[in-house]
Ligand binder design. Structure first.
Ligand code: SAH
Length: 465
């Protein structure tokens, strides 16, 4: 498997310094699964090309600990996760963004052309475009025929890919390091927890805002849901508004849309009031965000134990700062606990509170994940009461700055009508042995209802105080 990188900028051989490989020499490294060689074609006046040749030992792949069970496979011939490992090994210094001899070159964009001789590209030429074009590359993906002697057999699933961009060597290698395994989608090694760090390190500066961020993260982490979720949450902190086509214009974020109504304040006060009415003493705020409900509950002495949980470490840091946790009087401090966790995984720390609140959280979950969150809350944590709020989609037409069909926030995965919310609430209550009532939150419009909606679930044997 061969990959080449050409610099056609003003000082073509600069690429030798940046890759830490002298163009005059052949460089070889031994890897667990074969050998990697770096060599250059004869430099021209106007360009210099470095080649990375990966010579995979296909017998070793099967005999060694490489998790392959068939001697006949495409691994030696395609750009795959083995190739990413080789890049990390032979171009490690460049990948880390270092260049001891010519540090002045590190940040200099070069006129680069990268040729990947063979790649599988699950998702085809279209995916190649979607992955590389947003990073500034011109992408040419030429399908490789199954057999050039028999053109009537058509094309194989493999492509020869040419990427051209003005980019730094560090950026280009980072893109390849992350995206080659994503395209191939058959990572050969076990995905350990430190893969998240690796992904975030090599995705720094470009992955958070990449329109295919979700796909990249999922495939890179081999769809291990817990890791995908952690990586996504951390990337969202870097770039809270995913750059989706549906994203509302910058001015029309949820907060600003709803500002004149101070809708969020109404929601929080309604949730707190309902809990007081139900004689709730201990509360767990699931997806507590920056701690706005927590602050409200702390101010009310009738709540003696208040827990805040969120998947986002950053949100919890902000909550701690805003609540002035470090300066809080001890008696107050003893009532409150913040911790990181996910609604999607059973967690005994969620047990024992009288009530759980999910304020504007469920619409941030992918619909297929929602049922996992339901089980975590209603089946396992099983508090006496569960209070859930979510936007009422019908009301969106009344927000003048929200383009028709858009959701209120770029990270919302769905927004329900009143009927959809009702039917979800009823079905969930029934499934887990709760009763439920729903009610509007915010000013009522005759046709479209209120901007938000609240469901109060009570365990079947609970009598409202
Ligand atoms: N309840 C808060 C924040 C709402 S924003 C408020 O009303 O102000 C949604 C919050 O849900 C975010 O802080 C987000 O980090 C959190 N969240 C999203 N998915 C989550 C999950 N799977 N587990 C826990 N929290 C999650």
């Amino acid at each position: 498997m061969l990959l080449s990188i050409t610099n056609a900028g003003p000082n073509p051989t600069d690429i030798g310094f940046l890759l830490h490989k002298n163009p005059a020499n052949l460089h070889s490294a031994e890897l667990a699964f074969g050998h990697a060689h770096v060599f250059y074609s004869t430099p021209h006046e106007n360009s210099c090309t470095a080649h990375l040749l990966l010579d995979i030992n296909s017998v070793e792949l099967v005999r060694g600990a490489q998790q392959l069970d068939d001697y006949v496979n495409d691994r030696p011939y395609v750009a795959s996760s083995y190739f990413a490992v080789a890049i990390g090994r032979v171009f490690g210094t460049a990948l880390a963004g270092n260049c001891q001899r010519r540090p002045d070159l590190i940040a200099a964009p070069l006129k680069l052309t990268i040729v990947i001789e063979v790649i599988r590209a699950r998702g085809g030429a279209d995916l190649l475009q979607r992955l590389f074009a947003p990073l500034g590359y011109t992408v040419d993906a030429a399908p490789i025929p199954l057999d050039p002697v028999f053109p009537e057999w058509g094309d194989s699933r493999y492509f020869r890919v040419t990427l051209a961009a003005t980019a730094t060597v560090h950026d280009a290698l980072s893109h390849l390091y992350v995206l080659l395994p994503v395209l191939d989608d058959e990572k050969h090694y076990y995905i350990a927890d430190d893969e998240v760090e690796k992904l975030l390190r090599h995705g720094e500066g470009w992955l958070a805002s990449h329109p295919e961020r979700q796909l990249i993260v999922k495939r890179y982490l081999k769809r291990r849901p817990s890791l995908v979720e952690i990586a996504t949450a951390r990337l969202l902190e870097e770039c809270p508004q995913p750059l989706d086509a549906e994203e509302p214009p910058a001015a029309a974020t949820e907060k600003e849309l709803e500002r004149p109504l101070t809708l969020h304040t109404q929601r929080l006060s309604m949730v707190a009031t309902r809990m007081r009415e139900l004689n709730v003493k201990s509360v767990i705020d699931l997806g507590c965000g920056e701690g706005r409900l927590l602050r409200r509950l702390l101010a009310d002495r009738s709540f003696d134990r208040i827990l805040g949980m969120d998947v986002s470490h950053r949100a919890l840091e902000i909550a701690a700062r805003k609540l002035k946790l470090d300066r809080m009087p001890q008696r107050q401090r003893a009532r409150l606990e913040l911790f990181q966790g996910s609604l999607l995984y059973r967690d005994t720390r969620l047990n024992g509170a009288d009530a759980a609140a999910l304020v504007e959280v469920i619409e941030h979950l992918d619909p297929p994940r929602l049922s996992a969150a339901e089980r975590v809350v209603f089946k396992f944590a099983r508090p006496r009461y569960v209070l859930v709020t979510t936007p009422n989609r019908e009301y969106n037409v009344l927000f003048p700055t929200l383009p028709p069909g858009n959701m209120r926030h770029g990270d919302h995965r769905f927004e329900w009508t009143r009927a959809e919310f009702q039917s979800w609430a009823q079905a969930t209550a029934q499934r887990y042995g709760y009763t439920v009532t729903t009610e509007p939150v915010g000013p009522l419009d005759e046709t479209h209802g209120a901007p938000s909606q609240l469901a109060v679930f009570a365990l079947d044997n609970q009598v409202a105080a």
